[in-house]
Design a protein around this ligand. Structure first.
Ligand code: ATP
Length: 441
């Protein structure tokens, strides 16, 4: 008997599972940990890579109108002056005069009450706190050597717009996509990997004619929502939400978020903005380089508009973990299963000999050898088979292949499906094709 327990997991449940099973560890743990920094363990590194690969495939490789880029994290300081980040990439900071804790005013439930000590009316005037992380280039830490770690990958795209357009001979509309680390000196990082000072983004700038911008905005909203659904996200857990005018970033004419239902409520997963011609124009003005697009048919020059789907890869890893988590009761026992889509699952197939006895190991190696070059597999020979299944369920491995004593006679193995727990006998010569058909979906 299988019964699904209805509650979605708490943040603590996911943090514990992530640490216990090797998805995410606290950074600098042996030194007591660095608050809000996290390291991705073997399974988390696979999950994160799979998310980025799926994004890259869907946004770049499977399309004719988008190309990729990998620009530097540290750029000339003027980039951040032109983009407006040095001036206005800030959050309103308030400090409680009772407990001295600092908070982001716009994220407080009640702007008069300190969520740490409960004091009322203890916040002074809000001050704007710039989120860019600073560093100094070269041996002397003076103002001339000041540089920033990028707070978004987007600007690397805008400053390469002309290089990319020219070398790839692109015509509007076209997109430039980039995946990589970004840094923000967040006032209140937290909720595990939801908001960190160092994180990974997956951003695409889609350049189009101004008159077509709204249509492309609509198009990308649907595309991006569908991407999460295609990767198995429960439709009840994702939604599109248009921004209120007072929420808009300094560069945006309109933005909608893809929101996810986290344990603390609906919150952002990805933002899809109409950045208008703000960035190309600003970089043209400050650099003196004409970044207008020349349309030979109309014989005119203009600044393209930009639609930007901007997703967090690390934040998506968290959302996919919440979404995948299920608890069930199986024959009176609790089963925890991560129902990751096969494309996202860190390990696709577990190869499990029923015993460590030598006679089973030759067939185990034969099966593993046939699968290893096609999928990320794990061979596990320790512990009872029940415990090994439980571990594979908890890390979300879609299939387990068991080699038992019958294998020696019938040259077949048992394949167990993670979700249905059904078992099927498949001959060793068919196992690679059997799993290919189910995993390459
Ligand atoms: P917020 O309002 O939550 O601070 P934002 O609206 O400033 O975020 P964007 O600038 O739109 O965020 O960034 C695009 C995406 O990058 C976000 O949807 C999120 O997935 C990711 N992201 C932004 N900041 C962080 C962070 N500090 N930690 C992890 N991911 C982040």
């Amino acid at each position: 008997m299988t019964a699904s327990l209805p509650e979605s997991p708490s943040l603590e449940t996911i943090v514990n599972l992530a640490k216990r099973r090797g998805f995410v560890f606290p950074a600098s743990e042996i030194y007591g940990g660095l608050r809000s920094s996290w390291d991705y363990g073997p399974l988390g590194a696979e999950l994160l890579r799979n998310i980025k690969d799926e994004w890259w495939y869907s946004m770049v490789r499977s399309r004719d109108d988008v190309v990729g880029l990998d620009s530097a994290i540290i750029q000339e300081r003027q980039v951040w002056q032109a983009s407006g980040h040095e001036e206005s990439f800030s959050d309103p900071l308030v400090e409680c005069s009772h407990c001295n804790k600092r908070h982001r005013l716009d994220k407080l439930k009640d702007p008069n009450i300190c969520p740490d000590c409960g004091s009322k009316g203890t916040f002074g005037e809000a001050r704007e706190f710039n989120l860019m992380l600073q560093t100094y280039l070269g041996p002397v830490a003076d103002a001339g050597a000041l540089a920033y770690l990028r707070p978004e990958t987007a600007q690397g795209i805008f400053i390469n717009y002309e290089n990319v357009r020219r070398t790839m001979r692109l015509k509007l509309p076209f997109g430039i996509a980039q995946v990589g680390k970004s840094f923000r000196n967040e006032i209140t990082p937290g909720q595990f990997i939801f908001r960190t000072r160092e994180f990974e983004q997956m951003e695409m700038e889609f350049f189009c004619r101004p008159a077509e911008a709204q249509r492309w905005h609509e198009y990308w909203l649907q595309e991006r929502l569908q991407w999460y659904l295609d990767l198995g996200m429960n439709p009840d857990n994702v939604r599109l939400r248009p921004h209120e005018p007072d929420e808009l970033a300094h560069y945006a004419a309109a933005t909608s978020d893809v929101d996810f239902k986290y344990p603390w409520g609906w919150d952002e997963l990805e933002g899809i903005a109409n950045r208008t011609d703000f960035d190309l124009k600003a970089h043209s003005e400050l650099s003196g380089q004409d970044l207008r697009y020349f349309d030979p048919e109309a014989n005119e020059r203009f600044y393209p508009y930009v639609i930007e789907p901007a997703a967090g890869a690390t934040r998506a890893a968290l959302a996919f973990m919440f979404d995948a988590y299920h608890e069930e009761e199986v024959r009176g026992e609790k089963r925890v299963v991560m129902r990751f889509h096969p494309k996202l699952a860190p390990i696709k197939v577990a190869v499990l000999p029923l015993s460590k006895k030598d006679e089973l190991l030759a067939d185990t190696e034969a099966v593993a050898g046939a699968l290893r070059t096609r999928h990320n597999i794990e061979v596990d020979v320790t512990q009872s088979i029940g415990k090994r299944y439980r571990r594979q369920d908890e890390i979300g491995t879609p299939y387990a292949v068991t080699i038992d004593f019958d294998t020696l006679e019938d040259r077949a193995v048992t394949v167990r499906d993670r979700d249905s727990m059904e078992q099927e006998r498949v001959s060793i010569d068919q196992i690679a094709a059997y799993l290919d058909a189910r995993l390459r979906v």
